[in-house]
Design a protein. Structure first.
Length: 169
């Protein structure tokens, strides 16, 4: 792998991690979904490597737990969904810059985050996984709303800056 690509992956993963740490004081308001979608739109499959490195940062900070297993599939799933929608938009002739749609995707992901996260608890106890998801629904609603608003407000400008910045090429 070229040094430039490794550096880009490390830097963008660090931005994900720092964005998470900076907003930890706000429950269920995060920029990880936002940046994951933007990174996928700009860098395609490389975003899978970016979220994987981010997951390693999380493991180093917090240690191993069942919650971390969720991170191993939740963030890559968002990358894959974004790539699929991007491909469908390209087939229809639409551009990547459909930021109302990306706001809906980001908001929907926030709404579903607790459900997706709870899947890792199924082998431990299906009843616990279900109760975990149900008890977190109010937070998932807030998560979805905040994801939607963030993408709607700053999605296009951040996308344009990242996609047009020469250092990424």
């Amino acid at each position: 792998m070229p040094v430039r690509k490794m550096t880009r992956i490390a830097l963008l993963s660090a931005i994900l991690y720092i964005a998470k740490v900076i907003l930890e004081f706000l429950p269920n308001v995060e920029l990880i979904s936002f940046f994951t979608i933007i990174y996928t739109l700009v860098f395609g499959q490389e975003a899978l490597l970016i979220v994987t490195v981010f997951n390693m940062f999380e493991l180093v900070q917090w240690g191993f737990g069942i919650w971390w297993i969720s991170y191993l599939y939740v963030w890559p799933l968002l990358v894959l969904v974004t790539m699929l929608i991007k491909k469908l938009l390209a087939a229809e002739g639409s551009g990547k810059q459909e930021f109302v749609l990306w706001a809906v995707v980001s908001g929907g992901f926030g709404f579903l985050f607790g459900l997706l996260f709870s899947l890792a608890y199924l082998p431990v106890s299906p009843a616990y996984a279900f109760s975990y998801w149900i008890s977190g629904l109010p937070w998932d609603i807030w998560h979805g709303v905040s994801n939607f608003v963030l993408m709607l407000l700053i999605g296009r400008p951040v996308y344009l800056v990242i996609s047009k910045t020469a250092i990424w090429k």
